[in-house]
Design a protein around this ligand. Structure first.
Ligand SMILES: Nc1ncnc2c1ncn2[C@@H]1O[C@H](COP(=O)(O)OP(=O)(O)OP(=O)(O)O)[C@@H](O)[C@H]1O
Ligand SMILES: O=C(O)c1ccc[n+]([C@@H]2O[C@H](COP(=O)([O-])O)[C@@H](O)[C@H]2O)c1
Length: 200
């Protein structure tokens, strides 16, 4: 079977972890993607700027984390932040009108999608693959975005048809069960920032 679309995965990658690598591999396999662009955001508009490592450092670390994965490209989502997905995805879709794209995100991101700028327009722009993450299945499947676009949900058994659907179309992909998170890594690296200092 021929390969389908190019996946777009946005993120802070602050820092990247093996859960991100597993997410890319899972989405590529389940959607039969011919490539993945990993878009490193200078700044998530909903997160505090204070906690961020420099963009170039995060890009280099994300490239290292994705090393050896064929057809995976890591690039800045934009030169500077904050990045709004509706803009950064539109830019890529307009630049390559003949490419099928699928926007990929973890279940936690989909659960909060209704807080993103013009999120309905984003859902109407490209098909979206939502990938399972421990603790976020119900939150994602009962989220405002899931409810608003209930009719656009594609059953998981038809995931391979997602790329040729007209948006809005989204599909929940099960089977990834990775606990890693950047927050947990930052907390281990610098517990003082997270109120976890020992009293002694
Ligand atoms: N363990 C994981 N399982 C599934 N999806 C994940 C996982 N970790 C990150 N993602 C997804 O990857 C994308 C980028 O995630 P991000 O860089 O914010 O990592 P994070 O671990 O969620 O970071 P933080 O803890 O700082 O919020 C998001 O769509 C997120 O949902
Ligand atoms: O468009 C928005 O309003 C918006 C709000 C929060 C996050 N995002 C996107 O989500 C990605 C960063 O999310 P995160 O969870 O990895 O920090 C990045 O690619 C942003 O474009 C986008």
């Amino acid at each position: 079977m021929s390969r389908t679309a190019i996946g777009l995965l946005g993120g802070s990658f602050n820092p990247p972890h093996s859960g991100h690598r597993a997410l890319v591999r899972h989405a590529m396999k389940r959607l039969h993607l011919r490539g993945m662009r990993v878009l490193v955001s200078p700044q998530n508009p909903l997160k505090s700027a204070g906690d961020y490592a420099p963009l170039e450092e995060r890009i280099a670390a994300t490239r290292e984390m994705m090393r050896g994965l064929p057809n995976v490209r890591v690039e800045p989502e934009a030169a500077e932040g904050p990045t709004f997905a509706v803009d950064s995805i539109a830019k890529r879709v307009l630049r390559e009108p003949h490419t099928d794209f699928i926007y990929v995100m973890g279940a936690d991101s989909f659960a909060g999608l209704h807080r993103w700028r013009r999120w309905q327009a984003l859902m109407e722009m490209v098909p979206i693959a939502v990938v399972s993450r421990p603790g976020f299945r119900l939150e994602a499947l009962q989220s405002p975005a899931a409810r608003a676009f209930a009719k656009a949900q594609v059953p998981e058994r038809l995931a391979l048809t997602l790329h040729r659907r007209t948006a809005p179309a989204w599909c929940f992909l099960t089977g990834l069960d990775r606990e890693e998170s950047s927050t947990a890594i930052r907390a281990r690296e610098d517990p003082s920032k997270f109120g976890m200092e020992s009293a002694t």
